[in-house]
Design a protein. Sequence first.
Length: 255
Amino acid sequence: METIEITAVIFDLDGVIADTSEYHYLSWQRLADEEGLPFDRQVNERLRGKSRRASLDIILGGHTVDDEQAAAWLERKNDYFMQIFRDHATECLLPGVVPLIQELRLAGIKVGVGSASRNARWILQQLGIAELLDAIIDGLDVEHSKPAPDVFLHVADQMGVAAAHCVVLEDAAAGIEAALAAGMWVIGLGPGQRVGHAHARFDSLEGVTPAAIIAALAGASRRTPTPNPQPPTPQPPTPQPPTPHAGTLAGRWAS
């Protein structure tokens, strides 16, 4: 069996660390209503994991606006989002996130965030967990957003970790494609229809431990999974936590 050595875990932000989707939806809806653009929750689902400009292009549905108009609309949408989020930040942190980050840090595993959001640093500060992270890379730091691998490769570089020793936690198809393109392990969060092309899948991070991450990856192949396979039938968790290999760095597991 292939040895799995994980020295860093990279979290996506929206939908993994914090549930900001409703606030993004309300912000886009307000902008769309003001500008007479068709928008609903079905369109909103297609924005998952996309950059701001890519999201606007989806909403425009083939229509075009010049860069100046697009920038003004995106700034307004961002202002609407920040107004809502500022009042609800403490409600957004998802269950299991902080305990997992704390366990990873105690085990000597580096923890980073790679997000398409240009507000990532501000959001993490509002959530009160920015100081727990070794690196934060967002949409302002890279030229190519997900599904390009740039954001995750930049996080790994900032932490001084090889891509092959990173596992990404993602809830969006574009983010999973980015992690696979980066040559990293990736665990999808959410329904198999959306994240089934990851190496493994959890419903959420609630109750997830470092040992559970390794156990989930133990049966996976390093090869890129077939895109969007049918979700496997859920099985009760039975693997025992693996024993660290002697002589490896503290916090590095092998299976």
